[in-house]
Design a protein around this ligand. Structure first.
Ligand SMILES: Nc1nc2c(CCNCC3CCCC3)c3[nH]c(NCCc4ccccc4)nc3cc2c(=O)[nH]1
Length: 374
């Protein structure tokens, strides 16, 4: 049964696309970078800054929120938007990936993933049905199917086993999702590791089932960028052109630019906020590690032409001092500066595709990153 389409393609330039995704909580401009609000908060930032930076949609974390404060509790309090105060679109991951990377004593069976909570050691079972139920309780606008992601490099047998399990879980996730109200979306997740034939089989299986959008999973899990890009080249053409494509967990500004060029519409990554907390700034001219002593006497701001005040108004020397002194303000300023840069990059990408100048934008942006005089 084909699901209704809430995605509108506005323009294409080569394989790159720009469009609009309509959700119950608002509109998402694509290509979109979705900041990751891990446990119901954007670490070190107020939601108004996330919005002012240009983010249309953020990620919530099913794994963390189902353990604490609990999905039923958030539902009773009106859902994630009301609970957090972010009243825009939200996407939640299914939790399986986080279990495999965060929980201990985890086990994967046909029925579900079972694990011990990293908070109180309680035994927890996360089946496709329970994952969809939790995402519905959270009230997210876009839910993800439950899947199994294999780290790379991996044996072909293991990649195939996980890909076929994920297809069976896709079917169960879709059935469990069917009662969701109009407008709420469910995305399938393509698996298949670094093996083209398995990528094609996974994409074909999902497209036959029919989803509101399709994620490319199983990447950014240890493989070189060239392998990731090759798998996008194999997968994107196998997905419907009129539905959104979401590359999970990606990535650096360079990863994003390369993936947009290959037809990807949506991205999420913890990097802007995580690197910000560790003193690394993303700028139009590349990354700047403000822990480095070379900044101690530098009166220049990070980027005097930035559209974001904090990137224009603070001396590198001050940011260096805050980071070295472990001042919370350092993590706060760099988090907002990084989220703002990522949104600045996405706005430039959307405008370039809309004007048919994506190739020039691509070349100039990469040249600016590698100027190295920062
Ligand atoms: N369901 C599912 N999720 C995946 C994710 C999580 C995406 N962010 C979820 C948010 C929701 C909650 C938290 C995150 C991935 N993240 C990455 N790479 C991250 C690489 C990275 C790691 C650390 C720093 C920077 C980059 N690959 C991923 C593959 C999958 C996948 O196949 N299936």
């Amino acid at each position: 049964m084909t699901l209704p389409n809430h995605f509108e393609l506005l323009a294409t330039d080569g394989a790159a696309r720009t469009g609009r995704l309509t959700t119950p909580h608002g509109m998402v401009r694509t290509p979109a970078f979705m900041p990751v609000g891990t446990a119901g908060a954007m670490k070190g930032m107020h939601w108004r800054e996330v919005r002012e930076a240009g983010a249309d949609i953020v990620l919530g974390n099913t794994y963390h929120l189902m353990l604490r404060p609990g999905a039923e509790r958030i539902a009773a309090l009106g859902g994630l938007q009301r609970f957090t105060g972010w009243n825009g679109p939200m996407l939640t991951d299914s939790g399986g990936f986080q279990v495999m990377s965060l929980a201990d004593l985890r086990k994967v069976s046909e029925h579900a993933v079972t694990f011990r909570s990293h908070i109180d050691g309680a035994k927890v079972e996360l089946s496709p049905e329970r994952s969809i139920e939790v995402q519905r309780f959270l009230g997210s606008d876009i839910a993800m199917q439950m899947d199994e992601c294999v780290r790379l490099p991996a044996e072909r047998d293991d990649i195939e086993r996980a890909m076929r399990l994920s297809l069976r879980w896709a079917e169960r996730s879709k059935r469990a999702f069917e009662s969701a109200p109009d407008g709420y979306m469910l995305f399938g997740i393509v698996q298949g590791g670094d093996i083209p034939q398995l990528r094609h089989a996974s994409a074909q299986g999902l497209v036959e089932m029919g989803f509101h959008g399709y994620a490319i999973g199983g990447l950014a899990v240890g493989e070189p960028q060239a392998v990731m890009l090759a798998m996008i080249d194999e997968t994107a053409p196998a997905l419907p052109t009129d539905r959104p494509r979401y590359l999970m967990g990606v990535g650096t500004p360079d990863d994003i630019l390369e993936a947009v060029k290959r037809g990807v519409d949506m991205f999420d990554c913890v990097m802007p906020t995580r690197n910000g907390r560790h003193g690394v700034a993303f700028t139009r001219f590349g990354q700047v590690n403000l822990r480095n002593a070379r900044h101690a006497d530098d009166p220049r701001p990070l980027d005097e032409a930035s559209t974001w005040p904090s990137a224009r108004n603070y001396a590198r020397a001050y940011l260096h001092h805050l980071v070295k002194a472990g001042e919370t303000l350092g993590a706060m300023l760099l988090s907002e500066i990084n989220i703002a840069y990522y949104q600045f990059l996405m706005q430039g990408i959307r405008d370039a595709i809309a004007h048919g100048t994506f190739e020039e934008f691509y070349q100039r942006t990469r040249a600016d990153w590698s100027r190295g005089d920062i």
